[in-house]
Design a protein around this ligand. Sequence first.
Ligand code: NAD
Ligand code: DAU
Length: 348
Amino acid sequence: MQQLRKFKNLLVTGGAGFIGSAFIRTLLKQDFSGTCVNLDALTYAGNLQNLTEIQDDSRYIFEKGDIRNQALLEHLCQEHAIDTIIHFAAESHVDRSIHGPRNFVETNVIGTFNLLETVRLNPHIHFHHVSTDEVYGSLGNEGTFIETSPYRPNSPYSASKAASDHFVRAYAKTYNLSTCLSNCSNNYGPYQFPEKLIPLVILNSLQGKQIPVYGKGINVRDWLFVDDHAEALVQLIHYGKKGETYNIGGETELTNIDLIHQILSHIARMIGKDENELKNLIHYVKDRPGHDLRYAIDCNKIKNELKWSPRHSFSEGLRKTITWYLNNTEWLHALTGENYQEWLSVNY
Ligand code: NAD
Ligand code: DAU
């Protein structure tokens, strides 16, 4: 086991989003006696209902604000005596980055740069950067991404995340800051905004709507249950080595079409519906431009160094996820904003 990093006051950016909120819920279930400050701009993807379970916890503070505002970052770090930052805030959807890349540069690159500047001015702060396997580009049928794989981003989203990763590395080297980076594969689970494939398939099938499959449905993703990612991150802020990168993956590679078939079989069984009727909703559409064929993660480093492994099998995680969407119609009804409705009518 690595040496324990002790911290007291943690700043979480993007904690009202899908993974950030899972991280906060996980952290506060543990024996943590400091303060957890959640800074989130509440964009279309941020939702305070993701945190109702912990909103009254005395260790938790919410601050509405934007990581593009560096003065605010410095103020918050002083005000709350922050000693650790974990950075989730980002524009996270590839399709949106293709339609409008500017926000991705502003939030993902400039926002991360602002945070690093804040750490440069307050070098006692440890900085953990949450990133993606998409920075490594696309694999053919063979091979896996390792921590030293070259960066070959193919979408404006992954290019913006790659740029932010490079800034983290450069700041750590040049200014001798305490940083750590993790690159994770596709997450799924409760509270995921239904622009992403898994919640989109669940919700469209429940509502009898078409399920858009890009291209031939042969692209491969590696799927990780979000709570397993959150547990890895809690371990990393305690034990991740300064200056290191860790890949995090679910060891569950599936083509999109196989994944969709699995979701539809689960749903058919769970709600007592004919599986073939649900499969008739599958609708092949024009491919995503620059669509990465395959992602696959080798996560042996974190498994060996931190004794972390994904705890949920895919079938278990999927069952939990579908059950959550079936039981949380109130959360869904709140997502009726224009941005969501407009987005659902976008097609390539
Ligand atoms: P999300 O889109 O669900 O949430 C992003 C959060 O960031 C939202 O709460 C939003 O309000 C907030 N935010 C956006 N711009 C902001 C700004 N300028 N200032 C402050 N807050 C802002 O994203 P997610 O899926 O939870 O992803 C979180 C992080 O994990 C991202 O950095 C993403 O790149 C990375 N990641 C995601 C996945 C995945 O499968 N979803 C996989 C690997 C890595
Ligand atoms: O790999 C990690 C990345 O995973 C994260 O960094 C991103 O933030 C996250 O959005 C996710 O990116 P993907 O592009 O892989 O996820 P998405 O859910 O958008 O798409 C998954 C696959 O499904 C991809 O091959 C595109 C395809 N797809 C997606 C949608 C929304 C469809 O075929 N139809 C769809 O309607």
